[in-house]
Design a protein around this ligand. Structure first.
Ligand code: FEO
Length: 393
């Protein structure tokens, strides 16, 4: 059990999940995660900020018990169960406690956790509640990453409790993000997997919080930020329109022909000074692929044609890229086929969300010949010329 002091009368009571390997049954967690929760003891009332994943019920309730405080308010920023899932347990332990949240989150909590309506007290955007000598002010921050998400700001202590916003899946015994380079990568990966599809909303929500005097950002996953500028600047960089001189090549090959094309393309791009990130889709970590998508200018999907279409691994990758809506500028497709099919059309259809220019695909028949390799040379040259028109500053 852990309960750590952040400032006087403010405690971290969440749980570190060192062993969790997968989130939402899709997101790999190579560094585990944490479900952060905070207790704020005011002179009159005590508030609990979010809870923890139900899988950590024993540890979380142990932390609450150890703190030994009566809970008057449960602040629920977000209805997803890794933060809300133990609210019913807390309501049972503290029969007078009220859930403070916004109307949309209330609706979702009732639907997802079957909580009784009378246990709620809703707040408007910008509204505050007093804990006596401490004041919590609430800001709606929709779509980071559900429609009901909000954050709260502890005015006297200048702490922003941001829930998933600015979080990282990173299990560490450090309370704070002391090792910024490790946290930068974990937070960027988290951004890519969870937040990237909502880029325009992130911009608006950062602007909304810009005028707050923030000393500490306390997210619901990963360590806290004593240097809020670090993570705010990182988010501004990730959501900016600019990309890097990078090409991502997710590929799959059944008998080696597509792989030959991929290897040749990689060599050509490296020769032209372009950074290349290949991902073998039979073993690739989808989180690493998402992470690479934050900065890349171009995506080249490489697939054989199987049963008249792209290989299912390539279909999965294309579907994922389309859902994550990265700021890619160009896409192309390469691969080998035996006797025909609709690979290019099917993949284009799967990438319809993206506002990108399609560079002429290179689909070849059988094992690549010198003529086929020269088509790859031309593709690399075209990517080089397209990138030359971009601003990588
Ligand atoms: Fe960490 Fe959207 O839950």
């Amino acid at each position: 059990m852990t309960s750590r002091i952040i400032k006087q009368d403010i405690y971290s009571v969440g749980v570190i999940d060192w062993d969790r390997k997968l989130f939402d049954e899709i997101i790999p967690l190579p560094e585990g995660t944490s479900y952060n929760s905070y207790l704020i003891q005011g002179s009159e009332k005590t508030a609990l900020i979010d809870t923890a994943d139900p899988s950590k019920k024993r540890e979380f309730l142990g932390n609450i018990k150890k703190a030994g405080l009566n809970i008057d308010y449960i602040i629920s920023h977000h209805a997803e169960q890794d933060h809300s899932g133990l609210i019913p347990e807390i309501l049972g332990l503290y029969p007078e406690a009220k859930i403070i949240t916004n109307p949309k989150c209330k609706e979702l909590l009732i639907e997802l956790l079957l909580i009784e309506e009378e246990r709620f007290q809703t707040v408007d955007d910008g509204e505050a509640i007093s804990l006596g000598n401490k004041t919590l002010k609430f800001f709606y921050t929709p779509w980071v990453h559900w429609p009901e998400t909000m954050v709260s700001y502890l005015e006297e202590d200048r702490i922003l409790f941001s829930c998933d916003f600015f979080g990282s899946h990173f299990a560490t015994s450090d309370l704070y993000a002391n090792d910024e380079s490790s946290i930068y990568r974990a937070a960027k990966r988290y951004y890519a997997e969870i937040m990237m599809p909502f880029k325009p909303f992130i911009q608006k929500n950062i602007e909304k919080l810009e005028n707050l005097q923030i000393e500490i950002i306390a997210p619901s996953h990963g360590p806290l930020y004593k240097n809020p500028q670090f993570i705010l600047d990182a988010y501004r960089e990730w959501i900016s329109d600019s990309t890097k001189n990078e090409v991502i090549v997710p590929y799959v090959s059944m008998h080696g022909s597509t792989r030959e094309l991929v290897d040749h393309l990689i060599e050509c791009l490296i020769d032209k000074g372009i950074k290349v990130k290949p991902f073998n889709l039979t073993t690739a970590d989808t989180g690493d692929l998402a992470l690479a998508l934050v900065d890349a200018s171009t995506l080249v999907i490489a697939t054989p044609t199987v049963l008249t279409g792209p290989h299912p691994s390539a279909v999965y990758a294309a579907y994922l890229v389309n859902a994550l809506r990265p700021k890619l500028k160009f896409i192309s497709i390469i691969g080998s086929f035996g006797w025909g099919g609709r690979t290019v059309d099917l993949l284009k259809g799967l990438l319809a969300n993206l506002k990108v220019e399609i560079i002429e695909p290179v689909l070849i028949k059988g094992y690549p010949t010198e003529n086929d390799f020269s088509k790859i040379d031309n593709l690399a040259q075209e990517i080089y010329e397209k990138h030359a028109e971009l601003d990588f500053s």
